[in-house]
Design a protein around this ligand. Sequence first.
Ligand SMILES: [Zn+2]
Length: 452
Amino acid sequence: MECNNVCSILLKFGGYWTEVKGQNRMKYVGGNQKTLKFDRSHINLLLLKEQTEAICQWIRGHAYDLHYHISGTSPKMYMPIKSENDVIDMLLGSRNVNKVEVVVVVIDHQEGMIYTDETQRGCVEDVSATNMVNNDILVDGLYDASFVGGVEETNILCVGSRFEDSSSFKQAIRSNAILQNFAIRIKASDKSRVIATCTYRGCPWRIRASLCSDGHSFEVRKLLSTHLCPGVNRAGNKQATSSWIAHEIQDIVKRNPDVTPKDIGNNLETTFGLSLPYMKIWRSRELAREQMFGSVDDNYKWVPTLRSELLNRNPGSHITYQCDKQNGSFKRFFVSFKVCIDGFLAGCRYLIGIDACHLKSKYLGVLLSANSLDGNNGLFNIAFAVAESESKKSWEWFLMNLSQSFDVHIEHLAFISDMEKGLGEAIKTVFPHAEHRVCMRHLWKNLKRLSL
Ligand SMILES: [Zn+2]
């Protein structure tokens, strides 16, 4: 009869072998299934593999094994399909029922999930059937709304979720773990796959994502979303590593590179319920800045480019820098825009206030500045410079550049400053005809300090 020639193959894929504790046997869990109908006389190993790869397209390029369920065994026993003879054996064994189950498992030796020659003839039980509903995703709790609640859409974890690359996948699973108060561990991570498990011993939670054919995306292929562990305390959540935080706060830091660690901390507390140490947040902010804007050290390489670009856009300005003669490292940078010089000469009193303040970047240093008052008594910047420290040398260099930027001799020029050592002498050297007075406020402050 014709119908006797048709054999149904129930192909199970996307799941994996797992050991049944204490029973020395393996069971196949998770995944999906599809029924294929074949003419018995046509079935061979090549056809079986072709059909498997047509259904599980992501499997192409990966090593995988096929096993068939030995008809009539319960708990289920499986045999590997490695040759044409195995296919013949499979068909012979199922000739009475005309139905056979074949499971597909990607070989992953590091995982220890594939059963080996020692175990493959052992008792293998199948539990996936209990999880199967109309070929939908099969793992319990996968679409549980509480699991994805509060997580950005891109962070949703389920079989088939795609991520831009392995690091965004790792970021997403960390975020999920933090939101859920669980601790996860990246068990394996390489070019083709990322596997993470729950750190709690015995907890079955586990996820696996593999590289897609586009060569960069990662897709979740396996997920056991049930935690059977007590979870972790939010405050002490070690999942919130500096690199994870840096990635999470990128948008905040991009909008405001000077955002305080306190504000970042508040944000993380609201979003993730995390209470993190100040220094950890500080380090993470530095990391985020570095990832986006490059490292502080590297940015010094851009000094010559910065100068030429500033000059390009502000023709006639006086912009210069100085490097250490011995080791070539950055020392000073002076900026005086043409508009500021023109504005000072045309509309300000010729009284220049000179002062410095300390910089807080990695390499510290000072910001030197020369300011004046315009016709409306508004503060008017003339020039500024970054230098290593306040000294007679650095002030002399600053004032020398200031006089060069004027390009004309100014009659009745006067300076006002605090009583910084070396500054008075520097003014005398560079502007011998200018007046120099000490700022009353600074003087008063110094006297007040002495009288206490
Ligand atoms: Zn767990």
